[in-house]
Design a protein around this ligand. Structure first.
Ligand code: GDP
Ligand code: MG
Length: 439
């Protein structure tokens, strides 16, 4: 999916202005890319329609190229399809919060249950209890018990001769006694949805009144995952979805369709077999991942809004007062590093792309690391007051950061130049940019 989308958008990049025809063409490619990635047909249809309308209607912002705008629209809409914001776990008002895991056999229920217990333990200091409710395969109970040992979370089991409903009932009694704050119920799965399974799950649901019924679906099964999700949701009214095996899914189709088809949020994603491989699902990050552009998108956003917002204002304030110091400098460096390669970022700044000083700029990430090392070796007093540096302070900083003294000297010089330059940039003058980083 990623590759096709990139190709489609790549074609647009070569153009200056885009016409409606260009938009239609790129939308055709995007549509194919989505279908090929096994995204649900109706989802694709709606998606393409929205993006096309927005793309044609969009004002062409002077600061960005049209291709980037399309990327941004596609990104926005992908995010929207997946639910916009991360959705956290439901929580019970009084303990315990009960989480029931459902899904087909092999989808990753038991594994995810363990991952979730560990996450709750680590992040919320929780004391979870896991209940082994899959009695159809003896190995399933062993599996959960082994998992429990490895993450040091207790497991309640009663073997395979007692009905799952009974096991859950006894397990909940134990949790009440032990005052566990979370109870996680593992259940059996089948190879496909059948009535027996659904009956059993419905009974457990009725008894346990879970705050959360998490449906585990295997991302690698694509459209099928979506069908399964639909089926489970119709029968059990699940509260959320965990998409597993995303580490093996290169197409991303299931992630895109599930929310739209079931109306239920994806809450977590499984990205590996290890107990720590469970992450909160962020629609915007998934969207960037699908687009394969990583933080470039963040940057486009930045170019559009953040740049002139609060931070920039503060920064300007500082520039005006001439109080831009090394703390701000490090702050900037970190912001910038998060965004991607420096040379790309500079090109993103409105009006910079065609500036000869920027065009040929190459920045080695190591140089930035070195700059940071130097700043970290300064005392807080020094960071706030860049005028303090005498030779002995410089020597100390060089020793502390493991950088040669001439580099420290150069960096201090560059910092002062940067301060000066910032004044110029705000007046639209980019001379002196080259040589700012590295060299
Ligand atoms: P269950 O039948 O639904 O309980 O599924 P299991 O929890 O037993 O998982 C089935 C298989 O999928 C096991 O081999 C797991 O290690 C594997 N698995 C589960 N989640 C993930 C994941 O996110 N990534 C990968 N690569 N494997 C996973
Ligand atoms: Mg299992």
């Amino acid at each position: 999916l990623t590759e096709r989308l990139q190709n489609a958008i790549g074609k647009l990049r070569k153009k200056g202005k885009i016409s409606e025809t260009d938009v239609r063409e790129v939308m055709r490619e995007i549509r194919l890319a989505l279908l090929e990635a096994d995204v649900n047909f109706q989802v694709v249809k709606d998606f393409v329609k929205t993006v096309r309308t927005r793309a044609i209607g969009a004002e062409v912002l002077e600061s960005l190229t049209p291709a980037q705008q399309i990327v941004k629209i596609v990104n926005d809409e992908l995010t929207k399809v997946m639910g916009e914001e991360a959705v956290g776990l439901n929580k019970s008002e009084k303990i315990p919060t009960i989480i029931m895991m459902v899904g087909l056999q092999g989808a990753g229920k038991t594994t995810t249950l363990g991952k979730l217990a560990l996450k709750l333990k680590n992040e919320k200091n929780a004391r979870p209890l896991m209940i082994a409710g899959d009695i159809y395969r003896p190995a399933a109970i062993d599996q959960l018990e082994i998992l429990g040992k490895s993450i040091e979370v207790p497991v309640f089991s009663m073997g395979t001769d007692v009905s799952p409903v009974e096991i859950v009932k006894k397990g909940l009694e134990l949790a009440a006694e032990k005052k566990n704050d979370y109870v996680l119920i593992d259940t059996a799965g089948r190879l496909q949805i059948d009535e027996l399974l659904m009956d059993e799950l419905a009974q457990i649901k009725k008894l346990a009144q879970p705050n959360e019924i998490l449906l585990t679906v295997d991302a690698m099964t694509g459209q099928n995952a979506v069908e399964v999700a639909k089926g489970f949701n119709e029968q059990l009214d699940v509260t959320g979805v965990v998409l597993t095996k995303l580490d093996g899914d290169t197409r991303g189709g299931a992630a895109l369709s599930i929310r739209a088809v079931t109306g239920k949020p994806i809450k977590f994603i499984g990205q590996g077999e290890k107990m720590t491989d469970l992450d909160v699902f962020y629609p915007d990050r998934m969207s960037s991942r699908i687009l394969g552009m990583g933080d470039m998108l963040t940057l486009i956003e930045k170019a559009q809004q953040d740049f002139d917002e609060k931070k920039a204002q503060q920064m300007q304030e500082k520039m005006r007062e001439n109080s831009f110091d090394f703390n701000d400098f490090i702050d900037q460096m970190e912001q910038v590093q998060k965004m991607g390669p420096m040379e790309d970022i500079l090109k993103m700044i409105p009006g910079m792309a065609n500036n000869p000083a920027v065009k040929n700029l190459k920045v080695d990430p190591k140089d930035i690391e070195h700059l940071k090392a130097v700043v970290y070796s300064m005392t807080s007093e020094e960071r706030e007051n860049p005028n303090l540096f005498n030779p002995s302070r410089r020597r100390r900083i060089a020793a502390g950061s493991g950088r040669p003294i001439h580099e420290v000297n150069r960096m201090l010089k560059q910092f002062n130049e940067m301060k000066k330059m910032m004044g110029k940039v705000s007046k639209g003058n980019f001379e002196g940019m080259e040589g700012m980083f590295g060299n």
